[in-house]
Design a protein around this ligand. Structure first.
Ligand code: GDG
Length: 438
């Protein structure tokens, strides 16, 4: 199974106050191949992925896929209960009375919480449940297109806390709970009342292992040989949400409008193969291949090619070297929950004369990385202007912007994310007392 799948299916079961004593347990869940295909490609990749990225035209709804999604979520719930029982046994041996936290990740498992809660109550297994969505949560008028929208909301509300990257996704979720299920909600405090319980909704913007990337960047060798040519870097899974076609068109416009960049600047695009079982992803690859061929055919000279394209996975230390030495990093998704590439680029910018981050406002990271240059990927001409500005930005401005970006990312790293999560879970039921639900 590809790493991407394994990571996405990881249900992290851990003890909230004794994380240092216990490693999280990883339990495999065996799913029949045909059910898996329908669940993963049919439901997760062809329905939830486009719908939650506000691209409903790409979604194809099917009752069979939904049925298999329900089945797989039930399997996960059952295995989690077994793991929880074991975890509580260990806990007892350590004389630890803190109820374990079951932390469910992502859109592949939006129904699991309710069954875990039901079974845990039946078997009197103490636990607290949390959910985190790594992709955007769409506005109500998009979300309600999904025929089984109510079940999704009820599934997520089986948790004590539901986390999203940013406030906007939280508000979209609260809105859907009120309008679809008729829940009483408190928008200011992000609370939803459901089944006699109060569920906390929290923005928990994810961070990266910042220091790890700094170390990688310090130790990595040099991959880009020429110091005379500037490199614009793009790193993405090959996915239609990442805006690669728009990015290539913007780069073409840049070369048209500012010919002084010819032979001086090149775009290095790394695209990791992704979801190749899905027709749309194969079609996107064709489209990108053709577009790159056309642009390179148009501008390439005897000594220079405008676009270098790697359709493969690059080792992480090589990636760090590229992040470190690139003049510009283009993070221009059409929609993205957060986007870690933007953060990794910033962490690796250890050179005295730093590069420039260009970011789309439609990525969660675009909401917080204020010192980056904002770029609307849909506006191809304007995007070319932003790239030109990045390439010609004076050094003192680059230094100022990058140092602020780096400070924020080093403070808001992935350990900080974990701490914020545990804090949000640990204070459950305390602050809520006396809160007015409207
Ligand atoms: C989802 C959400 C959210 C990429 N190419 C290579 C490589 N990568 C690594 C990057 C980065 C990761 O993959 C991509 O993360 P993103 O955040 O950019 O995007 P998604 O995969 O769509 O992730 C997203 C994220 O979940 C976390 O919540 O930010 O919005 O869609 O870490 O470094 N790594 C290596 N070689 C590559 O060629 N080694």
């Amino acid at each position: 199974m590809p790493l991407e799948h394994i990571l996405k299916f990881l249900l992290s079961l851990s003890l909230s106050l004794s994380l240092t004593l216990h490693l999280p347990q990883v339990v495999s869940v065996n799913i029949d191949a045909s059910i898996f295909d329908s669940y993963y490609n049919g439901c997760c990749n062809k329905i939830f992925w486009p719908l939650f990225h506000s691209m409903p035209g790409r979604a194809t709804f099917g009752a069979d896929h939904w049925h298999n999604y329900v089945t797989v979520n039930k399997h996960f719930a059952a295995r989690t209960i077994e793991a929880l029982e074991k975890c509580l046994e260990q806990n007892k041996a350590l004389d630890n009375n803190t109820p374990p936290i079951v932390w469910i990740h992502d859109y592949h498992l939006m129904l699991a919480a309710n069954w875990i809660r039901e079974k845990a109550e039946e078997k009197q297994l103490p636990c607290r449940l949390a959910f985190f969505l790594h992709i955007p949560f769409p506005p109500w008028d998009i979300f309600r297109l999904f025929p089984w929208a109510d079940e999704i909301l009820q599934g997520m509300l089986g948790c004590d806390m539901v986390g999203f990257h940013i406030q906007d996704y939280c508000l979209n979720f609260v809105d859907c709970c009120q309008r679809n299920l008729g829940c009483r909600v408190d928008r200011n405090n992000l609370l939803v009342e459901h089944g006699g319980r109060t569920v906390r909704i929290r923005p928990l913007p994810i961070g990266i292992p910042y220091e790890r990337f700094v170390t990688l960047a310090k130790n990595a060798g040099k991959l880009l040989r020429s110091d005379k040519q500037k490199v614009i870097l793009g790193v993405d899974r090959l996915d239609y949400t990442k805006g690669l076609v728009h990015r290539l068109m913007a780069f073409e416009k840049l070369l048209e409008k500012y010919p002084q960049h010819k032979e001086k600047v090149s775009l290095l695009q790394i695209s990791v193969p992704s979801r190749t079982d899905v027709k749309e992803y194969r079609e996107l690859k064709e489209e990108v291949d053709q577009l790159i061929g056309r642009i390179n055919g148009r501008f390439t000279t005897a000594n220079w090619a405008p676009i270098r394209y790697i359709y493969d996975y690059v080792a992480q230390d090589d990636l760090a070297a590229l992040y470190r030495d690139a003049a510009v990093c283009l993070v221009t998704p059409l929609r993205d929950g957060m986007n870690l590439v933007a953060k990794e680029f910033v962490a690796c910018q250890i050179n005295e004369s730093p590069g420039v981050l260009v970011i789309s406002p439609f990525a969660g990271a675009g909401e917080m990385m204020h010192e980056a240059l904002l770029c609307n990927p849909y506006e191809v001409h304007a995007a070319a202007e932003v790239i030109h500005r990045a390439l010609t930005m004076p050094e003192d401005e680059r230094v100022l912007r990058m140092s602020r970006l780096r400070r924020r990312e080093s403070e808001c790293d992935v350990s900080n994310w974990m701490r914020s999560f545990l804090k949000a879970m640990g204070t459950l039921d305390v602050d809520d007392v006396g809160t007015t639900i409207m």
